[in-house]
Design a protein around this ligand. Structure first.
Ligand code: NI
Length: 181
């Protein structure tokens, strides 16, 4: 296992579309290594989600684990370690919520981003089994954020305006109480 370098905004690979994984590729040990590296990198950086392109692997793979850590101290939501391969959204709520997000590729920044309140997704799990799931609230936000990375989209692209784009200390000083998480 290894902690990988996380690409930062400005790196062209963060703006590229990732490609879906073939089922056969998921049987390769490289794939399980990729997943391990992604979890280890995410944990080392106190992230709650990570996409493969962020570690320079342009593949449709995201991982997340929602639990309180140094960057997210007061999370109300908790979700077990989850792997989604080739995820896509089948249906989504018309309603969008505004809430605050950060990103390991934009270190030190937080912004208020609109996301669908719920999404129904289809994906493969780490063993290649098809899964279909309706997720909502903060977990839906994390998944939409990570899926955006697979299309070269960063959270600042989704912001309605940049007035509140903040460095982390200013976020905590002026905006933290606006966050529902
Ligand atoms: Ni991100």
């Amino acid at each position: 296992m290894a902690v990988r370098y996380v690409l930062r905004m400005g790196h062209p690979l963060l703006r590229k579309k990732s490609r879906p994984l073939e089922l056969a590729e998921m049987e390769w040990s490289n794939f399980q290594l990729l997943i391990k590296d992604m979890f280890e990198t995410m944990e080392a950086r106190d992230g709650i989600g990570l996409s493969a392109p962020q570690i320079a692997r342009p593949l449709c793979v995201i991982v997340y684990e929602i639990k309180a850590n140094e960057r997210y101290k007061n999370l109300k939501t908790a979700v077990e370690p989850t792997v989604l391969v080739n995820p896509y959204i089948i249906s989504r709520s018309a309603e969008r919520n505004l809430d605050w997000e950060g990103c390991l590729s934009l270190p030190g920044l937080r912004g208020e981003v609109p996301r669908h309140q719920w999404v129904e997704i289809e994906a493969l799990d780490r063993e290649g089994n098809k899964l279909q799931r309706k997720i909502e609230g903060f977990e839906a936000r994390v998944v939409q954020h990570e899926m955006d990375h697979l299309n070269g989209i960063l959270f600042i692209d989704r912001m309605y305006n940049l007035d509140k784009l903040s460095y982390t200390p200013e976020y905590h000083r002026f905006h933290a109480e606006e966050s529902s998480e």
